[in-house]
Design a protein around this ligand. Structure first.
Ligand SMILES: Nc1ncnc2c1ncn2[C@@H]1O[C@H](COP(=O)(O)OP(=O)(O)O)[C@@H](O)[C@H]1O
Ligand SMILES: Cc1cn([C@H]2C[C@H](O)[C@@H](COP(=O)(O)OP(=O)(O)O)O2)c(=O)[nH]c1=O
Length: 207
């Protein structure tokens, strides 16, 4: 007998891209179709992962330590939540996954691509999200949004414009290499327009 298998949907983009409220809209839409949906985030998603998140967002560290902590948190997230949920037929909507490590650690910070690929093959062999929504916008627009929140910036949000230019370019490069999985959304528009495109995309794919 075929076992129901949930779908894995991820959201990506530079800090301030506006993922948060759009993720909520996507989850609402999927739940409205009667699906069981789990919303999560990376780094994080489990008690251990959230503790690792605190460290990587606020503690200065070596680049390879940073990359391995991202993947350690991810391994725990997969083992404790994502894989059991998908196996039980639940859908998982996650704020960031390995594309973020590619964009931030490889693109932004210069981590050796072969080391990223080795970690990815170790931590989730044969598994990629079913669909990834990449929120794309100029770093200066995103930075103004982050500044507008009035919240204290973390270690990544304090990076300079050229860092986010590299992160953005790495995301777009990965999207070009996986155009069936990664859909680029122009995030430099009002929230309502983005929401409309996002829901149309989900409708086209999953209705
Ligand atoms: N399309 C948009 N246009 C203008 N401001 C936005 C838009 N989307 C989100 N924002 C604002 O930008 C800030 C960052 O949004 P958020 O959803 O937290 O981004 P992310 O989760 O991608 O870092 C918030 O203050 C939010 O209200
Ligand atoms: C998952 C992941 C996140 N990050 C970074 C990107 C973000 O700056 C930060 C946390 O992401 P996020 O939860 O999107 O932060 P916020 O809700 O404040 O926008 O971690 C990496 O550098 N590598 C990774 O693999």
């Amino acid at each position: 007998m075929a076992v129901a298998q949930g779908r894995f949907i991820t959201f990506e983009g530079i800090d301030g891209a506006g993922k948060s409220s759009q993720i909520a809209a996507a989850v609402d839409w999927l739940q409205g179709r009667g699906l069981a949906v789990e919303q999560s985030r990376e780094p994080g998603g489990t008690p251990l992962g959230e503790r690792l998140r605190e460290l990587v967002l606020h503690e200065a560290m070596d680049l390879e330590t940073e990359a391995m902590l991202m993947f350690a948190a991810r391994r725990e997230h997969l083992a404790a939540r994502i894989l059991p949920a998908l196996a039980a037929g639940r859908w998982v909507v996650c704020d960031r996954f390995s594309d973020a490590t590619y964009a931030y650690q490889v693109g932004g910070r210069g981590l050796d691509k072969a080391k990223f690929e080795a970690l990815e093959a170790w931590v989730h062999p044969g598994l990629q999200p079913d669909l990834t929504l990449l929120f794309d916008l100029p770093p200066e627009v995103a930075a103004a949004r982050v500044a507008g929140t009035g919240e204290a910036p973390d270690r990544f949000e304090r990076e300079r414009r050229d860092f986010f230019e590299r992160v953005r370019a790495a995301y777009l490069e990965r999207a070009a290499a996986s155009s069936g999985r990664i859909r680029v959304i122009d995030a430099n528009r009002p929230p309502a327009a983005i929401r409309e495109e996002l829901l149309a995309l989900l409708q086209e794919r999953y209705a």
